[in-house]
Design a protein around this ligand. Structure first.
Ligand SMILES: *Cc1c(COP(=O)(O)O)cnc(C)c1O
Length: 243
């Protein structure tokens, strides 16, 4: 084997081992939280990683990819061709209005609805493009961080109502990206709060389905699972550090 082939083979083994490790950690966290491990979907956050890494991930059994830029996902899907259809594609980054059409044509799930106007626009695009139903989550900014793209809690109902009034959008859950804190334990209150908001909306039958909770990344996904996450978005622990 030449050097490149060796590296690729090692990479594939690494990925499979990391995937197993993350699944085991999810299973243990689910047990601590009194939940079933298969309630939790692992989204492999592949942003910035080359398409070869996604191919390895698919071979190792990855089912869901998370990307934060529309154009990057478009290109990766093209390069993966038919294999791309073996995964569900999640948009987890901020969605600009002028990218909404590409997003609606590229992603299976959009996690980052943060405004009523964006919901209305996506709905109109789905109508025009003949997309019957697009699952979306509303991103909530629980810490009042101006740099984060979510809707503040006091604006949540307006966005929820706008999604529910959009006949081509299906509100499937809530997403959050809490502040990055060195001590992951300090993030727990944000996860608890998102679950409370989900429960409140679920009691009003706001969701199609059970009401997903998209929360938790490499450094805090176990806490998120303990607190009820049904979708964790994990990049670094699966693919290694981003350049
Ligand atoms: C990049 C990203 C992740 C994954 O982060 P890691 O720390 O690499 O696991 C999760 N969610 C969002 C919204 C991201 O942008």
């Amino acid at each position: 084997m030449n050097e490149t082939a060796t590296r690729m083979a090692d990479g594939a083994t690494d990925y499979a081992a990391r995937l197993r490790d993350v699944h085991e950690r999810i299973a243990r966290a689910a047990e601590r939280g009194g939940r079933a491990a298969d309630d939790v979907t692992l989204i492999a956050v592949s942003k910035t990683h080359p398409v070869g890494s996604l191919r390895e991930a698919l071979q190792a059994g990855a089912t869901d990819f998370g990307e934060n830029r529309v154009q990057e996902a478009v290109e990766k899907r093209e390069q993966l061709a038919g294999d791309a259809r073996r995964a569900r594609w999640h948009l987890i980054g901020h969605l600009q209005a002028n990218k909404a059409r590409r997003a609606a044509l590229t992603f299976d799930v959009i996690h980052t609805i943060n405004a009523a106007a964006l919901a209305a626009r996506l709905n109109r695009i789905c109508e025009e493009e003949g997309r019957a139903s697009l699952p979306v989550l509303v991103q909530v900014d629980l810490a009042g961080e101006k740099t984060k793209a979510g809707v503040p809690e006091n604006g949540l109902m307006e966005v929820v109502d706008a999604v529910r009034a959009s006949n081509h959008l299906r509100l499937v859950g809530l997403m959050t990206l809490p502040p990055f804190l060195d001590d992951a334990e300090q993030v727990r209150p944000y996860f608890k709060r998102l679950r409370e908001l989900r429960d409140e909306l679920a009691s009003r039958e706001a969701f199609t389905g059970r009401g997903e909770l998209s929360m938790g990344m490499s450094h805090d996904f176990e806490l998120a699972v303990e607190e009820g996450a049904t979708m964790v978005r994990v990049g670094t622990s699966l693919f290694g550090a981003r350049a």
